[in-house]
Design a protein around this ligand. Structure first.
Ligand code: 26A
Length: 374
């Protein structure tokens, strides 16, 4: 007994010395993670379909919506489709993977909420393949979210059942092991889709970015965001240094805000000039327009003046386009990677256009391996 008591105390002393010396810091200095992304982690069930099938569910060819009860059979029917591919999705997660694809190791960390299931395992594996650091909130009793991506030629219609992704809470970010990433980051990228989930989390990151003069970027994500989530969107815009959106989201914004214009430059000017919390940085609005030029508008409050630029898209040959699911996310990935690398606006847009063209040449919102370089 004496011996065993000795052993026990010996073990406990050495282990406490061990934990004093080798206690891993919350955040090791060698990890940098300058970019934090927040969004809805989803698994994409992508398949080829036709106009008739879209009509059956009253879906538009190029849209993204939240699934209603009447859409749920789509997920069952997807399983029967010969062309079905199951790939990691979730708009901001696609952007996070893409930015990490371009940037050096340990550059990007992604937050979102998943279930405890094989779908989450699949997402974790996909992120790991890209070296994307994943800090999921895990729901015990809700399944990982999924998105039916209905491909009709060059168009994609997205129908999302958020499930566990809908249960993300700002408190997850405030846990010490997560907040360490927030404090350390210099850039934030928020999927506008997350405005349907946790505007509180977006506000929390927005405030942190503004108070610390860090870069805060938001994507409008889909027309229904400015249309039906106008209030949380309007509450987030004051924190934004960069807003990224496509032409149909810009149009939906103009309509829901009564701007009486369809001119993308006019819409961008309006958004760029909205009140801003962090006055140390101007706001830049970036509107992509498919194969038409990408438009950027920067508003300089101190001069009350705008910089307006257009960047032509190097259009891919038709036969090289596999699908456009995730093209906008890939643009945002390249664009954010450019900002993180300290590139200027023109160079960041170019990197965004490059990433989009690389991603649409393969199935789903993915990027090719072996890696292609810019
Ligand atoms: C809240 N909603 C509707 C969504 C999404 C979404 N990501 C987050 N929230 N609806 C579709 N997506 C993702 O968009 C990507 C293409 O841009 C899909 O998962 C797809 O990968």
């Amino acid at each position: 007994t004496h011996f065993s008591r000795y052993t026990t105390s010996h073990v406990s002393i050495t282990s406490s010395i061990h934990s004093l010396i080798f206690q891993p810091p919350l955040f090791s200095k060698t990890m940098s993670y300058p970019l934090v992304c927040l969004g809805n982690p989803l698994l994409d069930l992508q398949f080829d379909t036709n106009a008739e099938y879209l009509a059956k569910y009253a879906l538009k060819a190029d849209d993204a919506i939240l699934a209603e009860e009447k859409h749920l059979p789509i997920f069952e029917e997807a399983i029967q489709e010969k062309s079905l591919v199951v790939v990691a999705g979730g708009a901001a997660q696609n952007t996070a993977r893409g930015a990490q694809y371009i940037l050096p190791a340990d550059s990007v960390v992604y937050f979102g909420s998943v279930g405890k299931d094989v779908y989450a395992d699949k997402l974790i594996a996909a992120n790991a393949q890209y070296g994307l650091k994943t800090q999921y909130m895990v729901q015990e009793n809700t399944a990982t979210g999924k998105c039916a991506a209905l491909i009709t030629g060059k168009h994609r219609s997205l129908v999302t059942d958020l499930a566990a992704a809908n249960e993300f809470k700002a408190s997850h970010l405030e846990k010490p092991e997560n907040w360490a990433f927030v404090e350390n980051a210099k850039f934030f990228y928020i999927g506008g889709f997350h405005l349907t989930v946790s505007p509180e989390a977006i506000q929390l990151l927005g405030k942190h970015a503004a108070e610390n003069n860090k870069v805060f970027a938001l994507n409008f994500s889909a027309p229904f965001i400015p249309q039906f989530f106008k209030d949380p969107l309007d509450a987030s815009v004051p924190y934004c240094d960069y807003i990224v959106a496509n032409e149909s989201e810009a149009a939906a914004y103009a309509e829901s805000h009564g701007l009486n214009t369809t001119d993308v430059v006019e819409i961008a000017k309006h958004v760029a000039k909205l009140p801003k919390v962090n006055t140390q940085r101007p706001r830049t609005v970036v509107f992509t327009q498919g194969t038409l030029p990408t438009v950027t508008v920067t508003y300089h409050a101190e001069k009350d003046s705008f910089d307006v630029s257009e960047y032509a898209v190097k259009e891919l040959a038709q036969e090289k386009v596999v699908d456009t699911n995730g093209a906008g996310d890939a643009f945002a990935a390249g664009f954010m990677a450019g900002l993180v690398e300290g590139k200027d606006l023109a160079q960041s847009v170019d990197l965004g256009q490059w990433a989009a063209s690389v991603s649409i040449q393969l199935v789903g919102p993915s990027y090719p391996f072996p890696k292609q370089t810019y």
